[in-house]
Design a protein around this ligand. Structure first.
Ligand code: ATP
Ligand code: MG
Ligand code: MG
Length: 358
């Protein structure tokens, strides 16, 4: 079969490589670490930095299509690559998702609500925006944040003199803190023929900025689920997207606002491995390879729990439990905050009837 190039050799790259192998594709991973956890799943690893032009050229030369597993891949080199080989998801989606100001401006521009926000470039602008909002807020770096890194909460009317500098003095965004009831995400996909599919929304719990669990179904009405899927579909269409996207929402009552988008497979979609015939990983491979998208029908209720740091040590015992699908990433040391694996508990659907995919 053809070869798929994947930029990034973390657990998402690994799971993409396994899914690709099962469809008969070969995979080449580009990662700075020859022993990255995706190496075990791929046919070859090119060792190099993500912006190493020669390494990227080598990847392009050996691949029929190139994709990426995380959103901090440098846009310039990826755009150059896209001149020689198809790159999916498209580089414009990568560029938008890399900068929280550009991302929110894009979303608001296509009519998708977000938390109210202001671009912040110095302490004075922060003072001004805090007074203007007059609520609890969150200051985030515009770029390179993940797992809640590069963020600080600011209480209403509290002093924040050193805070802007403490995030590195880099371009930032202030967001009004959304008093949400819970968080939700939609994993959706768009194929090369424009077909769009979406899995059922998951309800997500974060702890210390890191995803802790995803539960499907979430505590939402069918109407809210459809509304969330429709927003994800709008985003995919307006980006001319190909591949899987993760769209994170805050839910307050029946109101939905988008937190952020991730132009890749998403941690909150890992439950699809256990509860659906076609996982998010296979769906992404199908989309970028130009195959028909698969069904997103959900056959089980599911709870996915991340195994972060030393939590992984107790996990092997859980593998003996019925209804537990254990997935370990083959990483070495269980450092604090490091995602080592996840497990999905599956149960028969308690709503009796199966809902057709959207
Ligand atoms: P990820 O690992 O999902 O990419 P990230 O580092 O990009 O995370 P965000 O998703 O922006 O960070 O924020 C992390 C978490 O912080 C959110 O899931 C939510 O729990 C909380 N949070 C972020 N922004 C807001 C907001 N404006 N109002 C309320 N809570 C927020
Ligand atoms: Mg993020
Ligand atoms: Mg997030």
């Amino acid at each position: 079969g053809a070869t798929i190039g994947i930029v990034g050799g973390g657990q998402l790259g690994r799971m993409l490589a396994f899914a690709a192998a099962r469809l008969g594709f070969r995979t080449i991973i580009l990662d700075p670490d020859a022993a990255c956890c995706a190496a075990q799943a791929a046919n070859a690893v090119i060792v190099g930095a993500y912006d190493d032009v020669d390494a990227l050229k080598q990847l392009a030369a050996g691949s029929a299509v190139v994709t990426y597993e995380f959103e901090n891949v440098p846009v310039g080199p990826m755009r150059a690559l896209a001149g020689t080989v198809p790159v999916f998801p498209p580089v414009n989606a990568l560029e938008i998702a890399q900068d929280r100001v550009v991302e929110k401006a894009f979303l608001n521009g296509i009519g998708v609500p977000t938390a109210e926000w202001r671009a912040i470039d110095d302490t004075q602008e922060l003072d001004h925006a805090m007074q203007e909002f007059d609520t609890d807020c969150i200051l985030k770096t515009r770029r390179f944040g993940y797992d809640g890194k590069g963020q600080a909460s600011i209480r209403r009317k509290s002093p924040h003199g050193e805070l802007y500098e403490s995030l590195g003095g880099v371009p930032a965004i202030l967001e009004r803190k959304v008093p949400f009831d819970f968080e939700l995400s939609v994993i959706a996909a768009r194929g090369q023929d424009g077909t769009i599919t979406a899995y059922d929304p998951a309800e997500n719990v974060h702890s210390m900025g890191i995803l802790k669990s995803s539960t499907v179904p979430g505590r939402i009405t069918p109407e809210t689920a459809e509304a969330a899927k429709a927003i994800a579909a709008t985003i995919l269409e307006r980006l001319g997207y190909v591949g899987v996207i993760g769209v994170e929402f805050f839910v307050t009552g029946e109101a939905l606002v988008v937190n952020e988008i991730a132009p890749r497979v998403h941690n909150s979609g890992h439950w699809t491995e256990g509860a659906c015939l076609i996982s998010q990983f296979e769906q992404h491979i199908r989309a970028i390879a130009g195959l028909p998208l698969g069904t997103t029908e959900r056959h089980f209720d599911a709870v996915m729990e991340n195994l972060v740091g030393s939590e992984v040590n107790a996990a092997l015992a859980l593998a003996a439990e019925p209804n537990v699908l254990l997935h370990l990433y083959g990483k070495g040391e269980a450092r604090p905050g490091r995602k080592m694996g996840h497990l999905t508990r599956i149960h028969p659907r308690d709503d009796g009837n199966r809902v057709k995919e959207g």
